[in-house]
Design a protein. Structure first.
Length: 56
């Protein structure tokens, strides 16, 4: 499960582009962390949202 519960950031698809210009499929996955919230429930949050939540 690579999706942030706060912002909805998820997997992004694109291409690897080799020196020979051969393109192969690849994915970029967000930096997801499992964090416990006040009620003891764990949610999946990306690193950017985690930083923002700690500031608040």
């Amino acid at each position: 499960m690579a999706k942030c519960c706060v912002c909805g950031k998820g997997v992004v698809f694109g291409h690897n582009d080799a020196h020979s210009h051969v393109k192969t499929n690849r994915t970029w996955k967000p930096n997801i962390r499992k964090v416990k919230v006040d009620g003891g429930k764990a949610i999946h949050v990306c690193a950017r949202c985690l930083r923002t939540l700690k500031k608040a």
